[in-house]
Ligand binder design. Sequence first.
Ligand code: TXE
Length: 497
Amino acid sequence: MSDIPHVSNWVDGVHTSESTERITVLNPATEAIIATIDATTEASVNQIVQKSVDTFKKGPWARSDASERYAVLSRAATLLRARIPEFVELETVQTGRPIREMRAQLARVPEWLEYFASLARVYEGRVTPFKGPVINTLTRLPLGVVAQITPWNHPLLIAMKKISAALAAGNVVIVKPSELAPLSVLKMGDLFKEAGLPDGVLQIINGYGRETGKFLCESPFLSKIDLTGGILTYKAIAPIAALNMVPITAELGGKAPVCLFPSLEVEQAVKAALFASFIASGQTCVTGSRLLVHKDIYEPFLKLLVARVKQLRLGDPQDVRTQIGAVISKAAVERCEAFVERSRKEGERVLCGGNSTSLNSKGFFFEPTIIETRSGTDLACNEVFGPVIAAIKCESEDDIIQIANTDTSFALGASVWTNDFNQAHRVAHKIEAGIVWVNGHHLNDPSSPWGGFKESGVGKENGQEAFESYTKLKSTVINYGIQPTWFDPEIEGARYG
Ligand code: TXE
């Protein structure tokens, strides 16, 4: 046990452990313990929040010039870019995702820092067309101490999306990464310090969601909560946040439809489906988990898809040739198994995969799985968050749109694949989802707002919307000509409003 590194919380610019209770972090591909982290107690959480409030009120960050915030975030981007290989290694080990995915994903993470640094530097307030001899300025101020609850599937990307926006706007940030994959986020404390971020402006605390995460979200001293996680987590924290008048941004689950039309070459449709469905072993909020296939290409599509899925290389995430890595935990394997079992009971056809597997009898792996089903079934409607994908034969364009919009209460991502220009616009317009891709899937950019409708969440990550959501708008009304004559005797046409 002593060889296993302990990575303690990052508070006020140093690693510090106030609690003796530890949580083990596993490599999901080998089940080996790779580190321990703190299980932060309620008392510690409250202390950290209190210190953070002081830092916000008295420290330099909230009052810093935009140029200073730009400089710190830009330096952090440069430092991160230089250290990507180290983060790729860590991210692969703690998530079990293939190294080729982590290389591609992490190479872009510095762009979030650069984008929000730039936005902070160029962001301008407004002057409204206020009636009369009045100047009305609208300026944006930081909120205060913000809590960020982040998940395990893209640990660094999701945390950096949120951290970059919040810091750019001048807030003090307390991040609680997922207890399942916290290690890459924990490294960011040091990196930001080197970039010149004042101590205490970024606090990284660990613990179980139902304890540390809950204690944090219950604090009445927060100014915002930004969650990426499950709907149950949202429902656990939203009532108390509402009572505390703490606004929430929430990026929750999804059941993204992949709408495949006959103007596509079958081979192209299959490549689209593979890409949409199996990145991160299907463990992303926008996983293309419902293949809605037009009847005119359905049979050849399915035949080729199944052949290609059977060829996917599941294996050691560290091997550059591996295409499908582990899923995050034993519970994730069991969830996949339960979906497959229920589908089988319903008489749906498991066309490939369907089983858990392992490497040298270790690790949490699940075969990439395609199940032929129909609209309205458990698999068609509910999120698996794993590599178990529903294929549904659809009669027409209208049928595809109808199923896409009504089978689930999620509405985060959707993709429309067609070579028919008018159809692309028509269908994209009718699909109810926060993000619709045409002839693409998973495409993401720091400038492009990201967030769902319906039960997929509230608010947006990325873009000006995310930056603004980390600010409060102040309206200053400067009068240079209206006299306060309202209660003077016999004044005609006096203005009060
Ligand atoms: O998420 P959890 P899980 C969705 C997806 C998935 C489901 C469950 O639908 O099937 O969530 O995944 C913290 N108070 N997504 O169980 O538990 C927790 O410690 C405060 C979508 O892994 O919500 C972690 O830091 N915090 C998604 C974070 O919430 C609490 C990514 C997410 O964990 C808490 C991951 C509480 N009561 C899951 N309970 C996406 N949109 O990409 C938990 N947490």
